[in-house]
Design a protein around this ligand. Sequence first.
Ligand code: AKB
Length: 338
Amino acid sequence: MATVLITGANGEIGHGLLQALAQQGGHRVVALDLHAPDDGVKSLCHRFVVGDILDVPLLRALAAEHDFDLVFHLAALLSTKSEREPTLAHQVNVNGTLNLLELAVSLARRLGRSVKFLYPSSIAVYGLPDPESKRRAGRVGEDDFLTPRTMYGINKLYCEQLGRYYALFYRQLDAETPRGRVDFRGIRFPGLISAVTVPTGGTSDFAPEMLHHAAQGQPYACFVRPDTRIPFMAMPDAVKALIGLADAPPERLSRPVYNVTSFSPAATELEARVRAAFPDWRMTYEPDLKRQAILDSWPEDTDDSAARSDWGWEPDYGLERAFDEYLLPGVRRRYGSA
Ligand code: AKB
């Protein structure tokens, strides 16, 4: 039995991850979220704690009660919300992550063994200067264009570095090096699309919003230009990637943070997929130029060859399969739409 802490357990990734871990078996999950669990979520957890990652005494109490082997630190404010409340974003995304890394390192040192720390980062760490450079760059590697223009992207990039520091150099001047360490593993996700949950506060939200509006028979004013292109992934693949990276033997990992990706459609290709399923759907493009500028700074594709060769990452869902076998059947079930 591995004892697992999941922060932000009530969020989009949390839902899928809890289900996947329950199906796999062998995990005792302690879930933490600001909000009380949805129906169904609670039954998948050994314990559900309603609380804040900024509450250090609460985190200390959790670490005193549970010897965590693995932490999935999912709690975060997404990019649009972070742009509207930058200081709150910094508190939650940076100070919250620091608190969790402190929990992990103190536990690792007390137990004298590694505590794995899985950290979802984002394509928001990239900052392409303009649409022309974005087109020319194509697939972007982990070490390129790391000049984000959003508070969220800056938070994520810094926390990747914090994780690397806690894993490799934490208190490097101490006379003795204790045995336990944080085994930090970061993963840069593209925009995620789920059939069961709708994201809030992201800038890649236009894709899931198209799908969920259409499935409910609601018109949609899309806030991006028709030619907007960023990478996306179906939620089951995001969960698969997190579990795959968590399970990878440490000696196979050559980097602290990996890109993972699945498909990179233009907004019009997403629209066409949704429209083919819901032909009466009404949709217009009404670009929000400020959110568009953020999307124009994110790459149109990422190079995930390191993840593929180091730990065997491979998505199950391309664009066609994601729509035909996961998204469309899922939203039809959810909303009872034809
Ligand atoms: C967002 O839009 O903020 C997120 C992300 C790409 O990390 N979905």
